[in-house]
Design a protein around this ligand. Sequence first.
Ligand code: BTN
Length: 262
Amino acid sequence: MPQNRFADVRRFESIDSTNRYLLDEARAGAPDGVVAVADHQTAGRGRLGRTWEAPPGANLLLSVLLRPALEPADRHLATTAVALAAADAIAALGLAGAVGIKWPNDLVDGSGRKVAGVLAETDLVPASGSEGLPAPIVVGIGINVNWPDGDADLPPELRGQAVSLRMLAGGPVDRDGLLDGLLAALAPRAADLGLPAGRQRLSLDLLAVCTTIGTRVRVDLADGSFQGSATGISPEGHLLVASDGVTRTVVAGDVVHVRPGS
Ligand code: BTN
């Protein structure tokens, strides 16, 4: 029987950041498939240098260490694999259709409120102890499972911007069941990273649940911004935006922000 790729699950009552932990483990030569899960993070990391906060014991805070044999241009699909696995697991809770993916990888509800965020971090220089292994990607995801319980739980600036599975389901959600579902869904999705047809499947599956398609967006790049209509996802997982009569391909790494255009 094949061994479950994500069987090495390391649990922490409290840790600074599961992403930080797995990056350090990767530097020391940890293999593909290690998972870190925390009840609480004291220095949870979000995208764009932000922090990621959640009260102890309420939400799912986890990171996975992947070492996919991927060209640099395809490495962003590791984040897609984790976002899709989370969407699969949430759908299996009876919430199918309630949550989609805002390109490239935020999980949002039908009103665009954020359910989960994904942060991929990587080491560009192979560390001693990990020579010969494919370069690591640590993909962390924070899923709002049982917090907030309502808008009043949120700091004012997040009201109407974030939502939990508990709010969507109308009752408490089992974090361990969700973790098991996510890791089970991630195994085939991570395997897809290694195959051209698999990578295309990831892009197609992203297209199927992507809430950005059909909306007007403003894309903020490092050197300026433009507006257009999001029309699709390329086979490589990039966002296609029609703007001034041409279709522009937006690569995740270049984007500072995609938001509803004004
Ligand atoms: C975002 O800003 O949308 C991404 C948030 C990612 C948070 C998760 S929680 C588990 C993992 N460990 C971290 O320090 N961050 C990620």
